[in-house]
Design a binder for this molecule. Structure first.
Ligand SMILES: C[S@@+](CC[C@H](N)C(=O)[O-])C[C@H]1O[C@@H](n2cnc3c(N)ncnc32)[C@H](O)[C@@H]1O
Length: 256
């Protein structure tokens, strides 16, 4: 999926090769001047010493979204009673410890990372090219990161594609995890900001009516759907189990 509203800001020296290559790969305009970007594109990507970042060109603060699997916040989450977090409780099955999970809408890979930290093997699917590029870069840098990050990343694999198309080629998984985009409140927390920017980039998409049935056909044990706390059920189907948190919930659909 191509976004015409995104440009790539070129850099200096050797690092610029990455920006040039990415502009070609994604077929996006390469721009040398930040002021020009403001007028032509709502968002821009830029690669520098810190990695690949996405910016909203219209925002004064120019806060960046980048995938950082070494981030202290993510590591805190992955240590803080990980097995008692709703994501892990919802995906855990009694039969097996080392689950094969398909995170069919992997976004910035935060949930995939937590699942991998819990010991699961996680295949990540992402259909948006910009998000895919951010995640691919994060995985690349993470593979040279902290020992815990490197260990988790050995269990994470990224594939580009739309779940409803590519999913058919992928066989079955113990657990299918779906986290479609849902409206995020304008929170001030840093983690929420990145999700907010992602939401601005991707916009709202209609939920495919066949999504849940297709996911169930690919799952050996269960499908877990993340929803905002008060969002309607996926495809209007009641889950068998639901793990509710303060802002979100994880609905579990068991394979019959
Ligand atoms: C809310 S984000 C996922 C956030 C993710 N769980 C995390 O922890 O960072 C939803 C992502 O799913 C992707 N997506 C939505 N529908 C998809 C589909 N049918 N196939 C693949 N990716 C999809 C969107 O492009 C977006 O990046």
């Amino acid at each position: 999926m191509k976004s015409p509203r995104v440009a790539i800001l070129s850099g200096v020296g050797a690092l610029n090769t990455y920006n040039l290559t990415l502009a070609k790969e994604l077929n996006l305009p390469l721009v040398t001047n930040l002021n020009t970007i403001d007028k032509t594109s709502e968002f821009y990507l830029h690669y520098d010493n810190e990695g690949l970042s996405l910016y909203n060109s219209l925002e004064q603060t120019k806060s960046a979204v980048r995938v950082n699997f070494d981030s202290p916040a993510l590591h805190r989450r992955s240590k803080d009673r990980l097995l008692r977090q709703n994501l892990i409780k919802a995906t855990a099955t009694k039969q097996k410890q080392k689950l094969d999970v398909l995170d069919a809408m992997s976004g910035l890979g935060n949930d995939a990372f937590l699942l991998a930290r819990a010991g699961y093997h996680v295949t990540m699917l992402e259909r948006n090219e910009i998000v895919f590029a951010l995640l691919r870069d994060g995985l690349h840098r993470g593979s040279k990161g902290l020992p815990d990050t490197r260990d988790a990343l050995t269990r994470m694999m990224l594939i580009k594609g739309d779940f409803l198309k590519k999913g058919g080629e992928l066989g079955t998984f113990d657990v299918l995890y779906l986290d479609p985009m849902f409206p995020v409140k304008r929170g001030t927390a840093r983690s929420k900001k990145s999700m907010h920017l992602l939401q601005q980039l991707l916009g709202q998409t209609e939920e495919d009516l066949g999504l849940l049935d297709f996911a169930l056909s690919k799952a050996r044990n269960r499908v877990v759907v993340k929803r905002a706390k008060h969002s309607p059920n996926c495809n209007n189907r009641h889950p068998q189990i639901s793990f509710k948190g303060s802002t979100s919930r994880y609905d579990v659909y068991l394979v019959p």
